[in-house]
Design a protein. Structure first.
Length: 161
């Protein structure tokens, strides 16, 4: 498991060494987002209220470089003039890339790191006649009310997970 707080501290040291003027008003703990499927990281807040950096839980079990680059990307967002991915942002990203061999880009595509954006199949229903198992990731009407539905064989469905 990658330690987001430890790696974030390292990224801040690297950014400081590269002369990246990141905000000193950043919440010390990296928030772990357990819900986002396709977003790897985010940076919310501003200089006055302080910035909060979040990363997807999925980065904790991904290759460490994916977490490092995501944290570096979000850290750059705390710099003045970097709330978007404009020229200032790009300049700092290029500097980090040159010095540390990163590939910080405007967008971070989870697939690039082999992180699937598929939803996990959290719910299962089983046909009480043929044993067919139906998997669903969302708590849909079928999951909540299997009694309203029938299997293609005509059998009743029962929620098993
Ligand atoms: Zn960004
Ligand atoms: Zn059936």
């Amino acid at each position: 498991m990658n330690d987001a707080d430890r790696i974030f501290a390292e990224i801040k040291k690297e950014a400081a060494a590269a002369g990246i003027p990141y905000s000193l008003n950043i919440h010390p703990g990296v928030r772990i987002n357990t819900r986002a499927r396709t977003i790897l990281g985010s940076c919310r807040g501003n200089e006055r209220t302080g910035f909060v950096i979040s990363v997807s839980e999925r980065l904790l079990s991904a290759p460490e470089i994916a977490l490092r680059q995501t944290l570096a990307h979000e850290l750059i967002h705390t710099c003045k003039g970097c709330s978007n991915h404009g020229a200032v942002f790009k300049g700092y990203a290029a500097r980090m890339n040159n010095i540390f061999g990163y590939d910080i880009s405007r967008t971070t595509d989870p697939e690039k790191y082999g992180i699937s954006t598929e939803m996990p199949e959290r719910h299962k229903l089983m046909c009480q006649r043929c044993g067919n198992v139906i998997r669903r990731s969302r708590k849909s009407r079928l999951v909540q009310h299997p009694e309203y539905y029938l299997c293609t064989c005509g059998g009743r469905l029962k929620r098993i997970q």
